[in-house]
Design a protein around this ligand. Structure first.
Ligand code: BGC
Length: 763
């Protein structure tokens, strides 16, 4: 802490608080307070259910589809957080709450709800705590503490594993329950994909007070609907009822499940294993299971926390919220899986993956968790077969990545055929992610084993996708959709430039391998025919049409956008009215209105291709014509505003982006949080305000802090080396850790070849 700064209470900057419960807004809180660990996501649906509640525990990569006409989606698995509680016969509900508060502690992942609950003869304080373990991905826990403050009352609790009350399509069949000693188990199988899910739990209930004792459960098995323990007790003043539940969720798709010998049932093998693991988890106890998770969160924050010193505390909280969700959304334990557009926090986009991963989320992992980034990119490598098939099905060559993906074998999971048929930029975005990863990490092993193949196969795709215009004597990309999903047109600048970049990047890598890694190159040449392709890539890239700025200095988004009529967007820019309320898809197609950053997204990815004055003029122009209907847009404009030294705008866009999930639009996150935007928020701070970049094999740092910020400190990995950067209004400091020396640095004052252990620059 600097002299003159006011000390803060320890949890300030870490606590997300709900002060008043209003069931109408339950879904938003269920999403933003969601807990998880990349394997599972547990929406923060309250123990009691309201008509607006959308309960949901989602397990990464367990897709299912019940009918041809539906798209594959993540099924909602059995629920261990739903509990029925009554006090003197009255069920717990919103009307029982007094002095309500619910807090998600981002520092340790614990969700706590407290309130006072009165009946005619009793007043008790109720505390509900839950966690999803970051240490053991199968584990979750819930503790209910009811302390009688005045009078006495009878409490009835039914708690266990519930298979009923699940929203949406029912994806399970053959439900089965089991009570084995203290272990409750519920098993079921997804309809099409045949994945067995096994949920296990052990519950205890104790009365603490003068007469401390354990309650005996009347076990009730509800076939098909779940398995519950029921407890009943009359609590007197100063007595406390504590109900603890530890649970495990596992599936036969898990990469830590060993298939049993042939002829044995997968389900029973898993149930047996889980019964044993559940018993030993219980033996370690609730407190230790929670403590192990908290220790793991502490490890995460040690390297991932970005500390912002500014007066309101909001910017800090919003960034930690982003990092919290980036941590729980990523299934890094299994490279067969990728990050969904809503993480594991809700049903939106059915749990599918988009370009959001490479363009908005991957940079966070590349700079903070290179191993995690590698797993995400390896996932794209595993998609290669499907990408080849997709190319073939569409008459192209090489690897064509599907716009929206779930299973590794899917060539199309899109619910919207318009996007999947035309939004081809995803293929270049994946390639871009590969090269971005390499530039920051220097992971040559990845490139030689997987990365180059992705670059080569995507380059082949673009060659086959380009059309030669004899009239214009150039290659073009016709009938294509860029990031702006309102328009399908010819020569979308974003896509043309990214395709060009993809061809060039593949060419450079082929030459690099040929010159320096001839053995690896020979293998790839033999398998993929790279040598015969290189000259084609070069020729196509040279003849590919790259839209140029017009006389007014504007880079056309596509061949028609700039000639379309303009309308006043003011009513839609305030965020209170959606443009969709007044214009349908076909009307939007004919207007000069962009759904989201498009040319701006091009400047984000290929920032060095365009001079500053071009970027400036175009950023203003296109922002004016953009309604930011996609959550990917505001963070893009914040990053670009930082790039063109417009700090006030950069900060204003950053704040707006933070409010997509954390603002007072109470239905904004009903279907889940906005994963890409959260990755974008992290980028706004570290790449935008601190100005971190990889440029020509050099680490570049050029901070441009918002005027309200005093200081920001972060940890990054550069070529595998951890570094700490601390930036202030008047300068910055970079430090190597663990006795290392700093790499070559490029800063506003120039190039520093050997800056030593720590480097400080003052302006
Ligand atoms: C955006 C896409 C994005 C998708 C998933 C859409 O609304 O237009 O760019 O990939 O949401 O987040």
């Amino acid at each position: 802490m600097m002299k003159g700064e006011t000390p803060r209470e320890p949890l300030e900057g870490w606590k997300l608080t709900e002060k008043v419960f209003d069931a109408r807004y339950a879904r938003k809180y269920e999403s933003i307070f969601c807990q998880g660990n990349g394997y599972m996501g547990v929406r923060a649906a309250t123990e009691e259910t309201y008509p607006s509640t959308r309960r949901g525990t989602l397990i990464a990569g367990t897709f299912d589809r019940i009918e041809e006409k539906h798209s594959t989606e993540l099924p909602v698995s059995a629920d261990v957080m739903a509990v029925d509680i009554t006090l003197d016969g009255a069920a717990l509900s919103q009307s029982s709450f007094e002095s309500y508060e619910r807090v998600l502690n981002l520092q340790n992942g614990l969700l706590t709800r407290r309130f006072l609950w009165r009946s005619a003869n009793a007043c008790l304080s109720a505390t509900f705590e839950r966690f999803v373990s970051l240490k053991d991905r199968h584990v979750l826990g819930q503790r209910i503490t009811l302390h009688m403050l005045e009078g006495s009352g009878t409490i009835n609790i039914e708690t266990g594993i519930s298979g009923s009350n699940r929203p949406g399509i029912v994806h399970f069949q053959n439900a089965e329950t089991l009570v084995d000693g203290t272990v409750l188990q519920y098993a079921e199988t997804t309809v099409e994909s045949g994945i067995d899910f096994v949920t296990s739990a052990i519950i205890s209930a104790h009365v603490l007070g003068v007469d401390t004792h354990k309650l005996t459960a009347l076990s009730r098995v509800l076939e098909g609907e779940g398995v519950m323990n029921a407890y009943s007790v009359t609590l007197r003043a100063n007595e406390t009822l504590v109900v603890e539940k530890l649970a495990r969720i596992a599936t036969t798709r898990d990469n830590d499940f060993d298939a049993p010998p042939e002829g044995h049932s997968f389900r029973y093998a898993l149930m047996d294993r889980e019964c044993v693991l559940m018993t030993s988890l219980w033996a370690t106890g609730f407190n230790e299971a929670l403590a192990a998770s908290i220790r793991q969160w502490a490890r995460i924050w040690e390297t991932r926390d970005v500390q912002i010193t500014e007066a309101t505390g909001f910017d800090q909280l919003a960034l930690r919220f982003a990092v919290y969700h980036l941590t729980i959304m990523a299934p890094l334990h299994d490279s067969r899986m990728n990050i969904a557009a809503k993480g594991l926090t809700g049903p939106g986009y059915l749990g599918h993956t988009f370009w959001d991963t490479e363009t908005y989320i991957l940079p966070y992992f590349v700079w903070c968790d290179p191993k995690g980034a590698r797993s995400l990119l390896h996932n794209r490598y595993l998609f290669m077969d499907a990408a080849h098939r997709k190319a073939q099905e569409n008459g192209y060559e090489g690897a064509m990545y599907p716009w929206q993906t779930a299973w590794l074998s899917d060539t199309d999971t899109s619910v919207n055929p318009r996007m999947s048929a035309c939004e081809h930029h995803i293929t270049a975005d994946v390639a871009y992610g590969v090269q971005y990863y390499y530039q920051v990490t220097g992971d040559l092993d990845f490139m030689l084993r997987f990365g180059c193949e992705i670059l080569f196969e995507t380059a082949k795709f673009w060659c086959s996708r380009l059309q030669y215009s004899t009239q214009n004597k150039r290659y073009e990309l016709l009938h294509i959709m860029g990031p702006d999903e309102y328009h399908i047109s010819d020569n979308n600048a974003y896509t043309n430039y990214l395709a060009y970049w993809n061809l060039r990047c593949a060419t450079e890598w082929a030459k690099e391998l040929c010159a320096h890694y001839p053995k690896d190159y020979a293998v790839l040449c033999q398998r993929l025919g790279v040598d015969a392709q290189v000259s084609v890539w070069e020729e196509r890239a040279a003849a590919l049409y790259l839209p140029q700025v017009n006389q007014a200095g504007i880079l056309p988004q596509d061949d028609t956008f700039l000639s379309l009529p303009q309308i006043d967007l003011a009513p839609y820019k305030q965020g209170t009215r959606s443009i969709r309320a007044d214009y349908d898809k076909s009307a939007l197609l004919k207007l000069q209105v962009a759904k989201q950053a498009d040319v701006a997204a091009l400047f984000l990815l290929l920032e060095d291709l365009f001079p500053m004055d071009v970027k400036k003029r175009n950023i203003y122009y296109y922002e004016e014509h953009c309604v930011h209907e996609s959550s990917l847009s505001l963070c893009t404009y914040s990053l670009l505003a930082s790039d063109i030294d417009e700090q006030d705008s950069a900060y204003a866009f950053y704040q707006k982006a933070c409010r997509i999930d954390l603002g007072n639009k109470m239905d904004s996150s009903d279907e889940g949080i906005h994963a890409a935007s959260l990755g974008g928020i992290w980028q706004c701070v570290v790449l935008g305000f601190i100005g971190v970049r990889a440029r020509n094999d050099m680490l570049c740092i050029c901070p441009k802090l918002p005027a309200r910020w005093k200081r920001v400190t972060t940890r990054i990995f550069w070529q595998g080396q951890p570094l700490t950067i601390s930036a202030e209004q008047t300068g910055f400091c970079v430090k190597a850790l663990e006795g290392d020396t700093l790499p070559k640095l490029l800063t506003p004052s120039g190039l520093h070849e050997a800056p030593g252990v720590s480097y400080r620059e003052t302006y």
